[in-house]
Design a protein around this ligand. Structure first.
Ligand code: FAD
Length: 311
């Protein structure tokens, strides 16, 4: 079987999971194997939705997330005979899939843009050096593979409802979660948004982000921030785009008062259309922008909002 880690938000499968399912189906087809899913939950999980996408569904409720627990859950399912484990790439998957690969003595192909089966090996493409080059990599089976968001068509339901197999997950010595403070979620998720409006240090202060929020809301998008802004405490870390933040690939990326440092570009330079507003005509961001406006954000942004309102 090819095992897919079915990442979800408690109610719904995440978009990245539907991409991972497409990749898993392609591998399974080449191998003549079934597609199994593993649905791990802290409490609730979208069981009925998950059953529609796989041939067999392994489930376990594990309590608060820790990397050790999640690795043990995926391994319990993988030990049923997985030739490959496919998961959406996320900050969380990075913390536990290395353990899974190690335990399975499998190669780990992370953040892949595509993947295929060639002569019994899995070949994949991924970015390296801050997205400046792509590299082709390969690993023999068994393999653990993660799928970079927004690279793959979304899987459709199979039109069947899979058998559900509860897993017996061994207790592992683990970190105990004493308290958890959830990040406040507003609007669309940054990594899944079709439009991202990012404010940089050029916004001048946290209050100016009200207008960034307004433009994002008008366009049905999400707010992003540079590290300079997050480090200054103007915006939460969850909004940081870049090498040490999130990777986004929306159709439209609007960068307001962002210089375009290489570490920021690493998280957004695959966006389809990039619009930059900066008062410095020499700002590096303009080299990557499809449309550039040289001007003061405090004048340009209100004008943009008014223009969008008239659409
Ligand atoms: P600045 O570089 O200060 O740029 C502000 C821009 O705003 C300037 O171009 C200026 O001309 C313009 N401006 C100023 N006032 C106005 C105005 N009124 N109207 C219009 N334009 C105006 N950065 C990230 O963003 N994400 C990361 O994940 C990240 N990871 C990093 C990892 C490492 C290891 C390191 C070393 C750095 C990382 N950085 C990251 C930081 C990065 O190098 C830059 O420092 C940061 O991206 C700069 O943010 P900024 O563009 O908001 O600020």
């Amino acid at each position: 079987m090819v095992l897919v880690v079915l990442d979800h938000d408690g109610n719904k499968l995440r978009k990245g999971t539907l991409e991972a399912l497409t990749r898993a189906r392609r591998l399974a087809e080449g191998l003549g194997e079934k597609v199994a899913g593993v649905l791990l939950a802290e409490e609730g999980a979208p069981l009925e939705e998950a059953r529609k996408y796989v041939d067999i569904l392994y489930t376990a409720t594990l309590g608060p997330y820790t990397a050790e627990r999640w690795a043990a859950g995926v391994l319990a399912a993988a030990k049923e005979g997985a030739k490959a484990v496919v998961a959406p790439s996320s900050r969380q998957s990075r913390t536990y899939l290395g353990r899974v690969a190690y335990a399975l003595k499998a190669g780990l192909l992370e953040d892949t843009l595509d993947s295929s089966l060639e002569g019994g090996e899995v070949h994949a493409t991924r970015y390296a050096y801050l997205n400046r080059v792509t590299q082709r990599v390969k690993a023999p089976l068994p393999v653990v593979l993660t799928v970079k968001p927004n690279t793959t068509p979304l899987a459709e339901p199979l039109g069947t409802s899979a058998e559900v197999v509860p897993l017996s997950v061994p207790q592992v010595p683990t970190v105990e979660v004493l308290e958890r403070v959830a990040e406040e979620k507003k609007g669309v998720s940054l990594t899944e948004a079709n439009v991202v409006v990012t404010g940089g240090r050029g916004m001048g202060g946290p209050e100016a982000f009200k207008l960034v929020e307004e433009l994002a809301a008008l366009l049905g998008g999400a707010v992003g921030a540079t590290r300079a802004v997050v480090d200054a405490g103007w915006r939460p870390y969850g909004e940081q785009v870049g090498q040490t933040g999130k990777t986004v690939q929306p159709t439209l990326y609007i960068a307001l008062g962002v210089s375009g440092a290489v570490q920021h570009l690493a998280g957004m330079n695959k966006s389809k259309y990039i619009v930059a507003v900066n008062k410095d005509p020499e700002a590096p961001i303009f080299k990557h922008a499809d449309y550039g406006i040289v001007g003061d954000v405090h004048q340009v942004l209100p004008a943009l909002i008014e223009a969008v309102k008239k659409l």
